[in-house]
Design a binder for this molecule. Structure first.
Ligand SMILES: Nc1nc2c(ncn2[C@@H]2O[C@H](COP(=O)(O)OP(=O)(O)OP(=O)(O)O)[C@@H](O)[C@H]2O)c(=O)[nH]1
Ligand SMILES: [Mg+2]
Length: 252
């Protein structure tokens, strides 16, 4: 069984990509299940096969602990870790080859609290891969792209499994995707774009940071994908399979 954890900033397209990946596998005759790990989500674009909301409900956490919505979201994210044995049993009972895990909308609840790292390290699977989604609509300037690349690197450091950085919403952000892909492939192109927006010390700081963070955040390439038109899915799933086959040998 291979597990993929789908992470990314709020609204970056995690849930829709979870749905698209599940359909992708199922349409090719492979078993796949979608797991929702967000106790606070109201609507999902897929019917989850395993749903944390059956075990933890945000409304109940608010009432039981006398918390407001933000405090309850944090506590609920921590409580997920206490359900890991049940979750694992439920996931295993499906006997699926591919498990796609949709993570909470606020990525810091999953990536930067102990519970997320615990779940990622404790779940039993033959291979584990992390996707981090960069929303091209938020990466409109070199500095914005750099900040998201930093976040991708940071989530990768926290969760510590092989990671693929995905550019989501490829169908509605064609120009953005093209621009960001060029920046990501060639430091010089990024620096030229940066020079148009920053000068002096800021330029030097940003370009130094980009040079050192580049490998850590997206390795050799970004994977532009559309969850609606499915452009880019062949390349993404191919890379996921390559990592799975590489198993232990994979290094960032
Ligand atoms: N056109 C297009 N829209 C997309 C794509 N991916 C996501 N969206 C839209 O972007 C919005 C957010 O998508 P979600 O999948 O809910 O994003 P998310 O990261 O799960 O969001 P939260 O869990 O709320 O943080 C929705 O309106 C989606 O329909 C895509 O590939 N193409
Ligand atoms: Mg979501």
């Amino acid at each position: 069984m291979d597990i993929v954890f789908v992470t990314g900033t709020a609204g970056s397209g995690k849930s829709l990509l979870t749905a698209a990946l599940k359909n992708w596998y199922v349409n090719r005759g492979e078993d796949a299940i979608a797991v929702n790990l967000d106790p606070g989500v109201v609507e999902l674009p897929y019917d989850p096969d395993v749903d944390i909301r059956e075990r933890i409900q945000l409304q109940e956490v608010m009432e039981d602990y006398g918390l407001g919505p933000n405090g309850a979201l944090i506590l609920a994210a921590d409580l997920v870790a206490t359900k890991i044995a049940d979750l694992q049993d439920e996931i295993d009972s499906h006997r699926a080859e591919n498990v796609i895990v949709d993570t909470p909308g606020q990525t810091e609840l999953f990536a930067f609290r102990e519970s997320g790292a615990f779940i990622v390290s404790e779940m039993r699977a033959d291979t584990k891969v992390l996707l981090f989604l960069i929303d091209p609509l938020l990466a409109s300037t070199p500095a914005n792209f750099l900040s998201l690349a930093l976040l991708s690197a940071s989530v990768g450091l926290r969760l510590n499994i092989p990671k693929i950085t995905v550019l989501s919403k490829r169908d509605i952000a064609k120009d953005g995707v093209k621009r960001i892909t060029e920046w990501s492939r060639d430091t010089k192109v990024f620096e030229d774009a940066l020079a148009g927006t920053k000068d002096g010390e800021q330029y030097s700081l940003y370009s130094e940071l980009f040079r050192s963070i580049r490998r850590l955040s997206f390795g050799t390439d970004l994977y532009p994908v559309s969850s609606t038109t499915l452009e880019g899915m062949v390349a993404l799933v191919g890379e996921m399979t390559r990592i799975a086959k590489g198993g232990e040998e994979f290094t960032e």
